[in-house]
Write a protein that binds this ligand. Sequence first.
Ligand SMILES: *Cc1c(COP(=O)(O)O)cnc(C)c1O
Length: 717
Amino acid sequence: MNRPLHADAARLRAQLLELAGNLWWSWGIDGAAIFHALDPERFEASGHDPHAVIAGLDDARLVARVDAHGLAPALDEAVAKLRAYVAGDGTWGRMHAGRLHHAPIAYFSAEFGLHESLPIYSGGLGVLAGDHLKSASDRGLPLIGIGLLYREGYFRQTLDREGWQEQSYPTIDPSAKGLRRVVDRAGEPLLVTVETQTGAIHAAVWEQAVGRVRLLLLDSHVEQNAEADRGLTHRLYGGDEQMRIRQELLLGVGGLRALGALGIRPGVLHLNEGHSAFAALEAVATHVEREGLRLDDAVQEVASRTLFTTHTPVPAGHDRFHEDLLVEHLLPIATRLGLDARGLMAFGRVHPDSDDETFCMTVLALKLAHRVNGVSYLHGRVSREMWKRLWPERPVHQVPIGHVTNGVHLPTFCAPRMEHLLDATLEPGWRQAQSEPSTWAPMLEVSDAALWEVRRGLKRDLVHHVRALAIAQARRRGEDVAVQRALEEALDEDALLIGFARRFATYKRASLVLEDLDVLDALVNDPKHPMRFVFAGKAHPKDEGGKRLLQTVFRASRDPRFLGKVVLLEGYDLSLGRALTRGVDVWLNNPRRPLEASGTSGQKAVLNGALNCSILDGWWEEGFDGANGFAIGAGEVHRDAAIQDQRDQEDLVRVLREEVAPLYYARDASGTPTPWLHRVKRAMATLAWRFVADRMVRDYAISGYLPAGGVQLSDAR
Ligand SMILES: *Cc1c(COP(=O)(O)O)cnc(C)c1O
């Protein structure tokens, strides 16, 4: 039959672009299967970028690939589903968010980890922000995200033959990624401008659709900028103090102005970490000008509508600026407020009169937000202690910092294999009720055989994936053929598999289990209870300590005792994070307590039936109940970090040898690890509902967004 090829191709291309244009493709349907089928090589090589796949297919090949895979009906269905989703009638948000639909929540974050194809995140903070947008979208909350477009993103990691980290910075072309340049109300490309004392900074604004949520990303790479400022937003966490304050000025002040230019007046501001706190100062200035309020009243007004989430108990993690830099960049706003340099500095100082105190973004945010939270119960407590000097008249337990524990976006991180089991086990409609404890109770009764089958499948997928990656990386490094050979057999589907992947910040102590290689040898090569380890993670380019940790792990992975048994993979990102948390048996986390504010990777493991083995820090301190995973230590902290490290290492080894391995290898006649699966079921039943982002976003909505936005709480659950 003679078919009009070009008409077909144009229609298919339009459908694919519509799908690719909304990141919903990555969680609402199995979009990866569609784009992978169209061009597997390109999909993989581009870091799972659907736009690269579409751009790489001419009309004839596009039609041929769709025909060959019979994809046309799937595409029709996917597009119809996307449209129905975006229309979003009947969502929780529609029912409960009231006037916020006309005055949305503006959610500011310096990084967003939404998908590996858009590398504008470095770690947990970004992934959390990405999950926040996705869950807000699923719930139908009227929220709009504001961030920066890093054209060189966070770096791409490789390791040299010595295991030393090298960074490279591939450039991102936003149009090629399907981002849309935002236009103003007159239809012209929007350009936001922020004045400083030494000239103005300009930024274009790009938009990425995240389900029902819009994400606006500011981009300084415009010709209106002086040469030096064009590169301002090129890299995430790349520059010096000067670059940092200019990025943060754009994010906060420029971000709020971008909303204004689009006619959006946010009803609530949510500052995800202190980087964006200038937004609240800009909001104060706007109130003073527009409504003629007194400064104090404008501050109260803005603070009553602002939420601030603080994320780190590590002192160096709080941005601080020297007075000259602050004045250079913020005096234009201060002047609108009738403030001089000293009055401006006071907003970022614990003691307004102490001239030697630098300007702290966290302090600014604490002063301009009435609703402040840490990201776990323990972190809330630590934060109250940390900032109590701002409320000298109060006892520490009355310092107004609460907590909303982090969670992860279930559709992003739960493997399809596990989702099928959940569909077969939980009540219909369980996704809408995923943050109710009763929803997960049926997991306690699921059959051992079915659960074990899923777990084995997930581990098999991972082992194959790890081998392919490890071999390719060794080959690129030019390592011996013998090494490559050994990696072909890396890991072992039948051996207990332990995963560790996160940023290689030193407090996370990636090499703790490798402290004593003889002890590790005994664990890994135990004849009855063998163990395998897989590691991944990036060190910040300037963090020599973190790079040394990577090298320590790399060297262990090339020790003949551990070759193919302890594996380190390059390029930790969302894709690898998903794969690892799906396929390992045990997710290991051993930070130096209490420095892990929450941690979220272990929550991803829960959704896939892996067990956590962790220091009682962050979310695990409140999640662990004695029988839904494993605890290292009992939550002690020692003044001397070296002593704490040694005790934790000893207990980690003890737990692996005496608790984890025996439980994993206790099998019934059919080879099923019944007691292990019992613990997995308990983990899923007791943890999944609490540590999903859906619960987190509901908590933010009920305890923050709705009251801050002046919405009555009518039976909102
Ligand atoms: C989930 C995730 C994180 C956060 O992991 P933590 O254990 O909380 O540090 C960081 N990076 C990536 C790529 C992730 O997917």
